[in-house]
Design a protein around this ligand. Structure first.
Ligand code: ZN
Length: 319
């Protein structure tokens, strides 16, 4: 599944390293792995030496998952997120050598799956690194190829990720287990506030018809009980294909006749057709709520979602 886009970003150049001295630690760990291999071949077991290594190195394909890993892992993890800027298009990302290196050196890799970050699945398949943990969020969320890949808009999938993270981190560092359980409890409390907000909005606005330029917000719209219109158009835009004249006409009619209360606009892509719908919505006086694929820097997952829900509520509540 891919978007065809006008803009391609060199997102890899913006890879953020969450901790200092990362490269040096990578080198140390590579040496330790090499020694482990040599010593294991010699029949000597040196696991205690590895356990004494620095923080757990986590590479997250998307910054939203990196953030959740930081929330649960706290000070004992060092997180690097590959896709981390709302100014790039994640569907157009191409991995570089530095991405490949980071993923090969990681203790734990988290990626979305079902084609959203096919580059990550490919890099993981290149080499089986002994002891490396891998979390594929789509599998956790029981999604299959062809399902909507924007899984972080599904609060149930995000909660499942939180639990999986606490379990995997505990497997990597059993002595830190109680700290990961506390991290998970704090994360769950924040998720509970998000779930309550969703329930309150649902009680008020369930059944309201909305539309979107892409199926980015669909899991959340479902959780809110909103009626999402023009699905065919959205899938075509996401896959970079032509929606067809009747789908375009139906979309425009929905906006001009106010059959929908809100247009959710994916501000991270620059499709001409999506932009046209945004313009028509503004002309017709239909509220446009921008939503993003990538978690903005400086806010955590819960704050990001709550901020978007606030903007959506302002639009839903308007006369
Ligand atoms: Zn997308």
């Amino acid at each position: 599944m891919k978007h065809v886009l006008q803009r391609r970003c060199a997102g890899d150049a913006r890879v953020a390293r969450a901790a200092h001295g990362h490269a040096a630690r990578d080198a140390v760990r590579r040496m330790q792995r090499a020694r482990l291999l040599l010593l294991t071949l010699g029949g000597v077991f040196i696991a205690p030496l590895l356990a004494a290594a620095g923080p757990i190195e986590i590479v997250a394909a998307e910054s939203v998952y990196g953030d959740i890993a930081s929330q649960i892992g706290g000070a004992s993890v060092s997180v690097q997120s590959i896709l981390n800027s709302p100014n790039q298009d994640p569907h157009a990302f191409e991995a570089s050598v530095s991405t490949a290196r980071a993923m090969a050196a990681a203790d734990l890799v988290i990626y979305n799956g079902i084609g959203y970050d096919a580059w990550a699945a490919k890099l993981l398949a290149v080499a089986d690194v002994p002891g490396r943990e891998i979390i594929d969020v789509a599998t956790l969320a029981r999604k299959n190829a062809g399902d909507n890949p924007h899984l972080w808009y599904d609060p149930a999938a995000v909660s499942a990720l939180g639990e999986a993270l606490a379990a995997r981190l505990t497997r990597l560092r059993p002595e830190q287990g109680p700290a990961y359980a506390r991290g998970l409890a704090t994360f769950d409390m924040a998720m509970q506030r998000l779930r309550q907000r969703i329930a309150a909005l649902r009680a008020r606005y369930a059944g309201t018809a909305v539309t979107a330029t892409e199926p980015l917000f669909d899991y959340m719209a479902d959780a809110l009980g909103l009626v999402m219109r023009n699905g065919r158009f959205q899938l075509a835009v996401m896959n970079g294909t032509e929606p067809g004249a009747s789908a375009i006409a139906a979309f425009e009619h929905d906006l001009r006749s106010h059959a929908v209360k809100v247009l959710l606009y994916n501000r991270q892509t620059s499709q001409a057709l999506a932009e046209r719908m945004r313009r028509i919505a503004l002309e017709a006086g239909v509220a446009v709520v921008p939503v993003s694929e990538t978690e903005p820097p400086g806010v955590d997952y819960q704050a990001w979602m709550l901020g978007q829900l606030d903007a959506l509520e302002r639009a839903l509540a308007a006369p």
